[in-house]
Design a protein around this ligand. Structure first.
Ligand code: SAH
Length: 408
């Protein structure tokens, strides 16, 4: 593999203007290259600090039995405790355990992980963004989205993100730390509890919140296992209803292919050519478009699962008809679905979404080439809860009414 990272850090012709084929329009050849790609480094390894104490959701069923045995208790207690945790019960509801035992086990295996700071709602309550504070003060966000036929939780896998994509608010804020397996799972357990209280259930999980899931690989895969393991060991979600979204860390995609998980892989492509993708998704300087598509289609071949391609349409940056055609050529005939995302505004960014007519032409060209394509809704935009807008700050970015609820 050729490492082209260095050349991207020092672009040869930053800001050069060139004509866009077929449109007569002029754009910056390397948008943001000198300002963003060169100033924000790619960070693959999170700082070691900050992970919370061990929680039962960090452990597999055997590990939980061992932990309970280490406290001098019967191993089957692990299953009782797990059943309660994944059902969203609090300690007082664990009535099949004597109070003293309940306190002993929960103190050791259920340390507080994430504390709700606030909920912000929009879409008439159908979208709820939650801001969480970790035990060390770290802030992360998750988003609950209710649709007529499903309820999806969008979870964070890291606090911040090290992938430095210039159009993404999370990427621009940098990486604070990895989340633990249990911190990831806890976001879903909380959402499931919220839904159960109103007679519903969480059916889908998408790893499209803060962070690059493949840069926190082992914890993310363990979290997926907790989500799909049936009760009492986990949440019992369908593997097919879990989407792992990645910028395309090729070795991790290969590894995921070996896990035997029937999850959906989403690849954040955003450009079909290396020149542009190097600037929009800086990790492309390590693993270029051809390599990342090869790895992603390897996952598709092994699992039979359709690949999702994420493509945020950015006006005059990646929305040209010739790029639609190039994308179509790279995907035609494959088991793939393209999700076009109208660019969501992020603080300080001069970019905006493509005009509707341009978007429609992009869709038309992909479909004409036989590539399955849809335009994603922009759920959560007003509360900065849509794709690429999560940055977990206390500031006044939020204009919608704030509902405060406390849990612990
Ligand atoms: N790091 C992973 C997970 C984040 S998913 C990944 O990149 O796939 C969030 C999705 O929203 C990704 O496809 C990301 O590229 C996209 N996104 C980021 N910023 C956006 C923005 N401003 N508007 C629309 N989509 C955006």
């Amino acid at each position: 593999m050729q490492d082209r990272a260095h050349s991207a850090q020092t672009p040869s012709s930053p800001g050069k203007v060139r004509k866009v084929r077929g449109t007569g329009r002029k754009v910056l050849a390397r948008p943001y290259a000198e300002r963003t790609v060169s100033s924000l480094p790619l960070v693959f390894d999170a700082p070691k600090r900050g992970l919370p104490p061990r929680h039962l959701a960090d452990l597999d069923p055997a590990g939980r039995r061992e932990a309970v045995a280490a406290l001098g208790e019967k191993p089957f207690r692990a299953e009782q405790l797990s059943r309660h945790y994944f059902a969203g019960h609090d300690v007082a509801q664990m009535t099949d355990l004597a109070p003293a035992l309940r306190d002993l086990l929960s103190a050791d295996l259920m340390p507080p992980l994430l504390t709700r700071v606030r909920d912000v709602e929009c879409d008439d309550g159908a979208t709820i963004k939650t801001l969480w504070r970790g035990h060390d003060g770290t802030l992360v966000e998750s988003v609950l989205m209710r649709y007529p036929e499903r309820t999806t939780v969008c979870v964070s896998s890291q606090a911040g993100c090290g992938m430095a994509c210039p159009f993404c608010a999370t990427g621009q804020a940098g990486l604070t730390r990895n989340l633990s397996t249990a911190e990831i799972v806890d976001q879903v357990v909380d959402a499931a509890r919220t839904e159960a209280a109103r007679g519903g259930r969480v059916s889908n999980v998408v790893f499209m919140g803060m962070g690059e899931p493949m840069a926190n690989y082992a914890r993310v895969v363990a979290a997926v296992r907790r989500m799909v393991d049936p009760a009492p060991h986990g949440l019992g979600l369908s593997q097919r209803n879990i989407v792992v979204s990645t910028v395309g860390l090729v070795p991790a995609v290969h590894k995921l292919t070996q896990e035997g998980l029937q999850v959906t892989l989403a690849l954040s492509l955003h450009a079909p050519d290396d020149e542009l993708r190097d600037t929009l998704v800086p990790v492309n300087t390590r693993w270029p478009v051809r390599e990342v598509l090869e790895a992603a289609f390897g996952f598709t071949r092994a699992t039979g699962r359709r690949l999702s391609i994420e493509y945020a349409l950015i006006r005059d940056v990646n929305d040209q008809p010739w790029r639609a055609d190039l994308l179509a050529r790279r995907l035609a005939g494959k088991l793939v679905h393209v999700n076009l995302i109208p660019l969501n505004p992020t603080p300080g960014s001069e970019w905006d979404a493509s005009p509707k007519v341009v978007e429609q032409e992009f869709v038309r060209r992909l479909r004409a080439a036989g590539v399955n394509t849809t335009v994603r809704d922009t759920r959560g935009r007003e509360i900065a809860g849509a794709c690429g807008q999560l940055r977990a700050s206390h500031d006044a970015e939020v204009t919608a009414p704030v509902a405060l609820r406390s849990r612990r």
